[in-house]
Design a protein. Structure first.
Length: 192
């Protein structure tokens, strides 16, 4: 048995910090896996904001949420907008109260990979996410360097995270060192 995947560790880190009823954000809804995970963690009193620029991603996320019948879920608000607009979309009463923000960068799984995340929108989104987090809130970013544009985005995200003031945020990389450089990996940030 090997080490857990980047996605498994991201969910573990979020599970340690997202309490019942707390709001959270899936910054890249994709096929809804993280959105559903957040909705289960937060429970019936919580609110989850799920962003994606592709309508098909939001449709897949809604289908995943609707087909789930394992206990109470948080209210899920699907937002058809780039993640860099999250500060405008999340109500002001949740600013500074978000317990977790999850990013899975790259492209929609199963798609033609034409629409991808990129540093021009991802870096402002990360900065907005950090501002929305509560103290001790967690930001997880799964990076996918194996597709065209992915390596450049991963480098830009790492540089952004490395430049954060250690008095305001802790940053950590979870990465396999003896696998291909294209293997997905995780960056985690805790807001102090």
């Amino acid at each position: 048995m090997g080490f857990p995947s980047a996605i498994s560790i991201a969910q573990r880190w979020v599970a340690e910090r997202l309490g019942a009823g707390e709001p959270a954000i899936d910054a890249t809804a994709g096929n809804g896996v993280d959105t559903l995970f957040l909705a289960k963690q937060s429970g019936a009193r919580g609110t989850i904001y799920a962003f994606d620029i592709q309508a098909v991603a939001l449709e897949q996320t809604q289908e995943r949420i609707s087909s789930e019948n394992a206990g109470p879920l948080a209210t899920v608000k699907l937002i058809h907008r780039s993640h860099d607009g999250m500060a405008e979309e999340v109500p002001s009463d949740h600013h500074g109260r978000i317990a977790a923000v999850m990013f899975n960068l790259g492209y929609l799984p199963g798609s033609d990979q034409v629409v991808i995340t990129n540093p021009a929108s991802t870096l402002p989104a990360l900065q907005a996410a950090l501002g929305l987090l509560r103290k001790n809130g967690v930001l997880t970013i799964v990076l996918y360097p194996g597709h065209p544009g992915g390596h450049e985005e991963a480098e830009a995200v790492e540089a952004w995270a490395a430049g954060l003031d250690p008095l305001t945020a802790e940053t950590l990389l979870y990465r396999f060192l003896n696998r291909a450089k294209s293997t997905p990996y995780l960056l985690g940030i805790i807001k102090k």
